[in-house]
Design a protein around this ligand. Structure first.
Ligand code: LMR
Length: 331
């Protein structure tokens, strides 16, 4: 009798709690769309985030990851996120150009010496402020995710000096900085979505491209290019972003769990970025499909001098003081 009464009281309490606070009963879905392969730092970290979020919220938040531009391509993903049609994305900084142009600071060639320098800048006051810029789009910048430094590939001749890419067509992401970076050395930049790069290289629509090792490897760009130069001339990284309306709709306890999962996934992603880019470079080498050249220190100096000339063009858009702050943090 007594146990029947306690079951009844428990049921009544739950019903009342749900009536007063329906958020307790709700489950939430995060659609996370990205354009790269699963076997990349971003792809794997998205899967990791899904796993820990679903475990720790006991299924109250479900994460559906859509890799390989299966749901949305470059620009569409940000539009969809603004409309809350998806709730998470992690576009490279260049993809924010039309909305938050100051994020192009990360595209400036030779601005960051190495990953430590980059992370120092991201953790600085200026770096943290840049993360807030996306609020103008109705978004929240949750974290910076790494990929790595970009390398150059080309179909018909090795690249040692800027003159080697003169007149060549290079695929770029949608960034004015990247456009200027290629123009200043006499190459011809062409904006294309990531999902079209492989066929553009294969069909000769463009002669070359710049990307990180993990993207060159997983999307097989090295199979349709004869030469690759390890130039580390610029950085490609991401901002993990969510929609403000979605974020504010979460009960505080779920938001807290999600925040801590994002922190953990960010650490995982950064570690993985360094490992994967190294591992996949070895795989590209072993394939024997592309001839690889490492820029010598002298060659690097020539590229640096030529490409850094574009900085003043972007003082207004990016902010001279932000560029100076990044340079100040150099090792
Ligand atoms: C690209 O378009 O080359 C990159 O932004 C793809 C990515 O997300 O790494």
């Amino acid at each position: 009798m007594q146990s029947k009464v306690s079951v009844f009281i428990l049921a009544l309490t739950l019903t009342l709690a749900l009536a007063i606070n329906p958020a307790m009963a709700r489950t939430y879905v995060i659609k996370f769309s990205h354009v790269v392969a699963v076997d990349t730092p971003k792809g794997k970290a998205a899967e990791y985030l899904k796993k820990i979020v679903e475990e720790r919220t006991k299924g109250k938040i479900k994460v559906q990851v859509y890799p390989n531009a299966a749901l949305y391509g470059d620009r569409e993903a940000l539009e969809a996120l603004k409309m809350n049609a998806i709730q998470m994305a992690c576009p490279s900084f260049s993809k924010f150009t039309g909305f938050v142009p100051e994020l192009q600071i990360f595209d400036l060639p030779f601005l960051f010496e190495n990953t430590e320098h980059l992370h120092k800048f991201m953790n600085s006051k200026v770096g943290k402020e840049l993360l807030k810029g996306v609020s103008r789009m109705g978004l929240i910048g949750l974290a910076y995710w790494d990929n790595g430094f970009k390398q150059l590939t080309l179909d018909d001749n090795p690249i040692r000096l800027p003159k080697d890419i003169k007149g060549k067509k290079f695929r770029i992401m949608s960034s004015k900085v990247l456009e200027a970076q290629f123009k200043v050395v006499g190459a011809s930049p062409q904006v294309l979505p990531f999902s079209e790069v492989y066929s553009a290289l294969q069909q000769g629509v463009v002669d070359g491209q710049e990307n990180t090792i993990s993207n060159i490897y997983t999307k097989k760009f090295y199979e349709v290019q004869k030469y690759m130069t390890i130039s580390n001339h610029g950085y490609l990284g991401y901002m993990l972003v969510t929609n403000q309306i979605f974020w504010n709709s979460l009960p505080q306890n779920l938001r807290d769990i999600l925040s801590s999962c994002v922190k953990e996934a960010t650490n995982y992603e950064r570690k993985l970025a360094a490992e994967l880019n190294q591992e996949q470079l070895e795989k590209i080498k072993a394939s024997g499909k592309v001839q690889i050249h490492y820029l010598t220190p002298e060659e690097r100096k020539v590229w640096k001098k030529a490409m850094m000339k574009i900085y003043p063009e972007f003082y207004d858009v990016i902010g001279k003081e932000r560029i100076e702050e990044a340079l100040k943090l150099a090792p």
